[in-house]
Write a protein that binds this ligand. Structure first.
Ligand code: BJW
Ligand code: ZN
Length: 238
């Protein structure tokens, strides 16, 4: 397992870098992670609410969850880890940011191109006409919200059992295959296909650097595992 100076050297030498982020990168901004403390909402687990079935059964309940999260995220600011990735993007000829997060904090920090594998909490999809539109109202004046066509809207995110936005995994894989270093930051790496990018990167020959408070199923295979907060480690790496 490499150490910080080794990881810094790999990064300094790399012209092509890719990063996968998860909820842990926004934890220091005050956004609760899914599987850690604070991941429960009214005693529901994310797996019970982030599904098309849950929405079909009780759209109001699911929208109340999203409305409360939108209110919390609206008050959050990007942290040192989000900012370090913006800096890295400026310095590398090729840098791809792949995120599982829907909170928009990478956008707010100033990251350019972001592959949002699981969508965006600030967008809505019409269940009737299929329109995909931005909406930043907090709190929502009416739950569930509706589209201009009169149809019910749903959050513009990817739920369990749903496919990721078309072509996005291919684009992520393409970037990872070209990367000399793959940073894996603040993800429990249990949700697929996103987590599959980690063994994919290894197989493609990238140095995998994991930053996490805890061990994950992929820690043992990482070339370097930095235990601790993303906001502490990432600025030291860049
Ligand atoms: C810190 C920190 C600090 C904290 N610093 N670190 C095998 C292969 C492929 C698929 C499957 C499979 N088995 C099952 C599946 C299906 C399923 C899946 O993966 N299930 C598993 C749970 C078993 N996957 C899907 O259904 C996906 N779709 C799919 O496969 O489609 C196939 C298909 C094809 C064609 C037609 C139809 C279907 C979709 C997955 C969608 C996930 N959606 C969610 C909700 C998004 C909307 C919302 O926000 O409400 O995405 S679930 C939730 O989990 C969210 C997250 O993006 C995702 C990942 O969570 P993440 O980011 O890792 O967060 P945590 O909380 O788990 O971890 C935080 C980490 O941070 C921890 O490790 C902490 O230690 C760490 N940490 N503070 C550093 N300061
Ligand atoms: Zn509509």
């Amino acid at each position: 397992m490499g150490d910080l100076s080794q990881a810094r050297e790999w990064l300094a030498q790399a012209s092509s870098v890719a990063a996968l982020t998860g909820a842990g990168i926004s934890a220091e901004s005050g956004v609760p992670t899914f599987r850690g403390a604070g991941g429960l909402w009214k005693n529901y687990k994310p797996e019970e609410l982030a599904t098309p079935d849950a929405f079909a059964r009780d759209p109001r309940l699911v929208w109340e969850w999203y409305d409360s999260r939108r209110q919390l995220i609206a008050k959050a600011q990007p942290n040192a880890a989000h900012r370090a990735l913006v800096e890295m993007e400026k310095r590398k000829p090729r840098f791809t940011l792949i995120t599982q997060n829907v909170d928009g904090l990478h956008d707010l920090a100033g990251s350019g191109k972001i592959l949002k594998l699981h969508g965006d909490i600030w967008r809505m999809l019409c269940t009737q006409c299929g329109a995909n539109f931005p909406n930043r109202r907090v709190p929502l004046p009416k739950i569930p919200p509706h589209c201009a066509c009169g149809g019910m809207a749903r959050p513009g995110v990817v739920w369990f059992g749903e496919p990721l936005p078309e072509g996005m995994m291919k684009e992520a894989e393409h970037a990872v295959a070209a990367a000399q270093v793959f940073l894996v930051i603040g993800t429990s790496a249990v949700v697929y296909p996103a987590a599959g990018l980690i063994p994919f990167a290894k197989q493609a020959g990238a140095k995998v650097i994991e930053i996490n408070l805890e061990e994950t199923a992929y820690t043992a295979t990482a070339d370097c595992a930095l235990h601790g907060a993303a906001g502490d480690w990432l600025p030291q790496l860049v």
